[in-house]
Design a protein around this ligand. Structure first.
Ligand SMILES: Nc1ncnc2c1ncn2[C@@H]1O[C@H](COP(=O)(O)OP(=O)(O)OP(=O)(O)O)[C@@H](O)[C@H]1O
Ligand SMILES: Cc1cn([C@H]2C[C@H](O)[C@@H](COP(=O)(O)O)O2)c(=O)[nH]c1=O
Length: 220
């Protein structure tokens, strides 16, 4: 059995967190060990960087570098060891968020992000030149206006959540661009549906990819 790396993506309020534990449980029920984690965060150091990113003002390059610094620590300390143990790693956000938020949202140069992506995500797996990416990215696609309505009553906004709706429309376009660049890795979910219908789409993706069958077979 090999490790499996799945990321959840979408604009703030798209509904990711409502389904991530259910996805983890589906794998556990199929006999797999699951590491459930998040970005920015997932390690003590990266969680400290998360607090800075979510609450302190900074320029776009500083923001991009901090995001990748947190990611590198997360990969070295948590993601790669879990994949080496053949676990399923489920991360609430990964690098597509950086392209969507820092790239499309903030306007940071897409090509420079690609350079940082290669630097941060290479050299922590067994093969020295291998760049780690998710095997599957589940993208919760929701219009920015609907996400804003969902979040309006939800909580005190952080530095990203406090951005205007136009920012999130740009972020959503960034996700669409990443999806176009790697269509085989992405599964687009229509998140503008009732919760159960959204979950059915997620479950269908897992079935289509044979991930749960493979896990059941291995566990038997
Ligand atoms: N399908 C849905 N229909 C209506 N409301 C929903 C749906 N899914 C989630 N919500 C609500 O929308 C809000 C945001 O959901 P959730 O926290 O799961 O989103 P998220 O993508 O994880 O957001 P963030 O990235 O900001 O944490 C919550 O109040 C949640 O109860
Ligand atoms: C990984 C990553 C995240 N962000 C932003 C996106 C969100 O607004 C917050 C994380 O909060 P969440 O509600 O827990 O998803 O951070 C980002 O700007 N760049 C990134 O790479």
């Amino acid at each position: 059995m090999t490790g499996l790396f799945i990321s959840f993506e979408g604009i703030d309020g798209a509904g990711k967190s409502s389904h991530i534990e259910a996805l983890a449980q589906a794998f556990r029920d199929a006999g797999r060990s699951v590491t459930l984690t998040r970005e920015p965060g997932g390690t003590p150091l990266a969680e400290k960087l998360r607090q800075l990113l979510l609450h302190d003002a900074m320029d776009p390059l500083t923001e991009a570098l901090l995001v990748f610094a947190a990611r590198r620590d997360h990969m070295v300390q948590v993601i790669e060891p879990a994949l080496a143990r053949a676990e399923v790693v489920v991360s609430d956000r990964f690098t597509d968020a950086t392209f969507a938020y820092q790239g499309a949202g903030r306007g940071f140069d897409w090509n420079k992000l690609q350079i940082l992506e290669r630097m941060a995500q290479t050299g922590c797996a067994l093969e020295p030149d291998f760049m780690r990416e998710p095997d599957l990215t589940i993208w919760f696609d929701l219009p920015a206006a609907v996400a804003a309505q969902r979040l309006a009553t939800a909580r005190v906004p952080d530095r990203f959540e406090a951005q205007p709706q136009e920012f999130f429309a740009a972020v959503a376009a960034g996700y669409a661009r990443r999806c176009e660049e790697a269509p085989q890795r992405f599964a687009r979910i229509d998140a503008h549906q009732p919760r159960e219908a959204v979950w059915q789409q997620v479950a269908q993706v897992l079935q289509q990819r044979g991930y749960l069958q493979q896990a059941s077979g291995a566990a038997a």
